[in-house]
Design a protein around this ligand. Structure first.
Ligand SMILES: [Zn+2]
Length: 254
């Protein structure tokens, strides 16, 4: 005779989500504390993400007052506190939720923040971008290369292999740049015109005489200091992409 079906397990949790993360919740959940009932065994990561908060946005998880990891299996009656990441974010130090820190701060941008990616390169941040990659490939690459994944897509950030990511809040690229500069405390580290906007490789100073055949007559006439991309060979000079750069930096650092 077949065994009787197991009774559905009911797990009721009391959840408090930190204020900076509450905008990610459904409107009827935007309360300091609410009850959530689930009917299956689940990890705390899955429970919180099912509410709309990607795990990459979480700084600390506490259950009944004790700090736990993402894989904590929730149990009936538990009290859960979800804290936001501290600012500035330090991705170079291990934490309970992210025991393996990054070796350096580098970014990978999703196609929905491609222009942010160009601006990050313009101010010298190592930023990978490839519009042809799928979400799964992006997630795997971020993990494999140890990069912070920047995106406007919450679902992408739910990929379990991503330790470091950020859901970009701002809509306009320049405001997004300011958001990222502030969030990661980059203000003192920006190095404008050190990286190619097109391919992300480092720029190197190059003598004018060696690139004359690649310059327009007016450029030859008015400019003397040139940089060349070590990756794609593109040539940069003071007037080439500087228009608006100072405005951009002022805005990003403001
Ligand atoms: Zn290049």
């Amino acid at each position: 005779m077949a065994a009787p079906p197991r009774a559905t397990q009911q797990i009721t949790l009391e959840i408090t989500i930190a204020e900076p993360l509450q905008f990610l919740l459904a409107r009827d959940r935007r309360l300091p504390t609410f009850e959530q009932t689930i009917y299956r065994q689940a990890s705390l990561k899955d429970v919180i993400e099912s509410l709309g908060v990607p795990h990459t946005e979480i700084g600390r998880l506490r259950v009944n007052g004790h700090e736990v990891g993402f894989d904590h299996r929730v149990a009936d009656g538990e009290t859960i506190h979800v804290e936001a990441l501290a600012t500035p974010r330090n991705v170079l130090q291990p934490s309970m939720l992210r025991p393996v820190p990054l070796t350096e701060l580098r970014f990978l941008v999703d196609v929905n923040v491609a222009r942010l990616g160009k601006l990050l390169r313009l101010v010298g941040c190592d930023t990978f971008y490839d519009p042809d990659l799928s979400d799964t490939e992006l997630a795997r690459l971020a993990a494999a290369q140890g990069r912070v994944l920047l995106t406007r897509d919450r679902a992408l950030l739910r990929h379990g292999c991503i330790d470091y990511g950020h859901l970009v809040r701002a809509e306009k690229p320049r405001t997004q740049l300011r958001e990222v500069v502030r969030l990661f405390g980059l203000r003192e580290q920006l190095r404008p015109f050190s990286r190619c906007m097109h391919c992300n490789a480092a720029l190197q100073r190059v003598s004018k005489s060696t690139i004359l055949d690649q310059l327009q007559p007016l450029t030859i006439r008015y400019y003397n200091d040139f940089m060349q991309c070590s990756g794609c060979g593109k040539i940069y000079w003071e007037g080439s992409h500087q228009q608006g750069l100072e405005d951009l930096l002022t805005e990003a650092l403001w």
